[in-house]
Design a protein around this ligand. Structure first.
Ligand SMILES: *[C@@H]1O[C@H](CO)[C@@H](O)[C@H](O)[C@H]1NC(C)=O
Ligand SMILES: *[C@@H]1O[C@H](CO)[C@@H](O)[C@H](O)[C@H]1NC(C)=O
Ligand SMILES: *[C@@H]1O[C@H](CO)[C@@H](O)[C@H](O)[C@H]1NC(C)=O
Ligand SMILES: *[C@@H]1O[C@H](CO)[C@@H](O)[C@H](O)[C@H]1NC(C)=O
Length: 511
């Protein structure tokens, strides 16, 4: 009897695996991309290829990263856990050895019969992914890295006044004069096209291909033709060029990464508050948008080899980037501009409706369960009271938001955090990028539909404990009257009740 069951079971399971051909997955990650995308409603952006993907699928306009810095955000997204759970706020630990053996998105797909492959920057390289991009647990074969990645911070930019090669922030280039006559994102696109051409016709296992682009991360290095598509004059704006009224100094990001480039050093910008001269501000914005157009063009080339009839496509970024809002540049803060990212979801199995814009407040953490849900894999359980489980997620599936626009399943809240070594910006220790042992303060932030509230509180990096009684600063922004977060209302007595409520929500989340 047992034997019969066994035979029957194996025949049945083999039959089902033949019948259910799962869709392929293409996960595209950009580096430091805020929603500077035309179809997201940014008229300055030139992004025809990403726009086309948006027309085919769904796009989320209120998506927030868990920390506005690369390695913590990526490891959080890829494991579906908060930075506090993977215990990563800097670049210097590997969660499997430092926190717990948490399952990643590609690993889960691999366990469910997918071939998984990483091209370019998906995990942040180095210690935080064990120097292997978490291969072999996450990937079926050795991750691909473009050979020209090693010139990332080399002096390869032609300095206009002197003609010398410098490590500039603004770095439009001529490919013929670059090492190996190419750039990392161009190489990654070719490798990805190659993978798609090789795999697409194979009917056996589905694949998850993750393609990580380096741009628009600084330096703004891209073929100079993209710069010509963007005139500097369109980047004039009326942004206040000073820190928001009532901003606690602990909140300030002093953009040390931008300041360390040769062309910015030459400007002698005062530390820590700047400002940067108007002419340079326009150029930084122009170069950022040109870098986005460059990546968009490469994504268009990649799409030529994507079979959209059986491939799920997700496009997102690790966090945003300030382009002079509040007189800040770069990331390293708890502002919307540093945390908000684009998220586009396309599935061949989901019909697109004319209103494909979803403005619910959601988190990058939600990508793991959403992708699993859309691909039809066994759902991953929510971590709730079993945070140490190997496979669980702290986010939620967004599929119901896509299939039912009236859906109100979840409270609209996004939680983020940012660490600091002290209350005043500093170069040593680097207050934009403190190392774990230097952290004494954590800024916990909650974003609802109407408000952003941030509490900068005591943090002990040796015990990973919080002290909610030690308050170093508070911020409260009301998006219904101040969408750019220029007025800190934390001291307004009329808003005390709202502030206390949001503070309580934070304490419940990060107890
Ligand atoms: C981590 O999890 C993977 C997959 O379940 C397993 O193969 C590996 O042995 C685990 N490692 C440790 C140290 O537990
Ligand atoms: C991390 O790398 C070390 C050194 O190469 C290796 O011994 C260890 O097994 C790796 N850890 C995991 C979980 O793969
Ligand atoms: C895959 O199939 C397409 C047509 O469906 C064909 O043009 C292409 O050459 C095939 N590629 C490989 C590697 O077999
Ligand atoms: C740089 O700026 C400071 C004041 O902010 C000034 O004292 C100094 O002379 C400047 N240096 C140069 C080389 O312009």
């Amino acid at each position: 009897m047992k034997l019969v069951y066994f035979v029957l079971f194996s025949v049945l399971s083999r039959a089902t695996s033949l019948i259910i051909k799962r869709p392929n997955v293409l996960l595209i990650m950009l580096d430091d991309l805020r929603p500077a995308i035309n179809a997201f409603g940014d008229p300055k952006a030139i992004t025809p290829n990403i726009d086309k993907l948006i027309k085919k699928g769904y796009y989320f306009t209120n998506v927030f990263a868990q920390q506005s810095i690369c390695a913590p955000s990526r490891n959080s997204l890829l494991t579906g856990r908060r930075p506090d759970t993977i215990r990563l706020y800097d670049f210097y630990s590997y969660w499997r050895e430092f926190a717990s053996n948490f399952t990643t998105i590609p690993q889960y797909f691999k366990q469910n019969g997918y071939i998984t492959h990483s091209i370019g920057k998906i995990f942040h390289p180095g210690v935080s992914s064990n120097y292997t991009d978490d291969y072999p647990l996450s990937w079926s074969n050795v991750p691909y890295h473009p050979s020209t990645e090693k010139y990332m911070n080399e002096p390869v930019c032609i300095d206009i006044p002197t003609g010398k090669l410098k490590k500039n922030l603004l770095c439009p280039v001529d490919l013929e004069l670059q090492p190996e006559n190419t750039l990392p994102d161009i190489q990654s696109t070719l490798a990805a096209k190659d993978f798609l051409q090789q795999r697409q016709n194979k009917t056996r296992e589905p694949f998850l291909l993750a393609v990580g682009y380096h741009k628009p991360h600084i330096p703004f290095k891209f073929p100079s033709k993209y710069l010509k598509m963007h005139r500097t004059s369109k980047f004039r704006n009326q942004d206040p060029d000073y820190p928001p009224y009532g901003l606690p100094t602990v909140a300030w990001n002093s953009y040390l990464d931008v300041r360390s480039r040769d062309d910015v050093i030459a400007l002698n910008i005062s530390y820590p508050f700047g400002p940067i001269r108007d002419e340079m501000k326009l150029k930084i914005r122009q170069h950022y948008y040109a870098a986005v157009t460059y990546v968009d063009d490469l994504i268009g080339q990649l799409f030529e080899d994507v079979d959209f009839s059986n491939t799920i496509v997700i496009l997102t970024s690790d966090h945003g980037w300030s382009l002079g809002e509040h007189a800040e540049w770069s990331k390293f803060s708890n502002y919307d501009v540093a945390l908000k990212v684009p998220l586009i979801v396309y599935s061949p199995d989901i019909k697109t409706v004319p209103n494909n814009k979803i403005d619910k407040v959601v988190e990058l953490l939600d990508i793991f369960p959403t992708l699993v849900d859309i691909a039809g894999l066994p759902p991953v359980t929510s971590c709730r009271d079993r945070i140490k489980a190997e496979t669980c997620v702290e986010g939620k599936s967004l599929l119901s938001y896509i299939t039912d626009p009236t859906c109100n399943d979840h409270p609209e809240e996004a939680f983020s955090q940012y660490p600091r070594p002290g209350t005043y910006p500093s170069v040593h220790p680097n207050s934009d990028k403190p190392k774990l042992y230097q952290i004494t303060i954590m800024g916990y932030s909650i974003r609802t539909k109407q408000y952003r509230y941030t509490a900068w509180i005591g943090f002990d990096p040796s015990k990973f404990t919080r002290d909610w009684t030690k308050l170093y600063g508070e911020e409260l922004y009301d998006h219904s009257i101040d969408p750019n977060e220029n007025m800190n209302l934390a001291e307004r007595p009329q808003l005390l009740e709202i502030k206390e409520h949001l503070n309580l929500r934070l304490q419940m989340k990060f107890c």
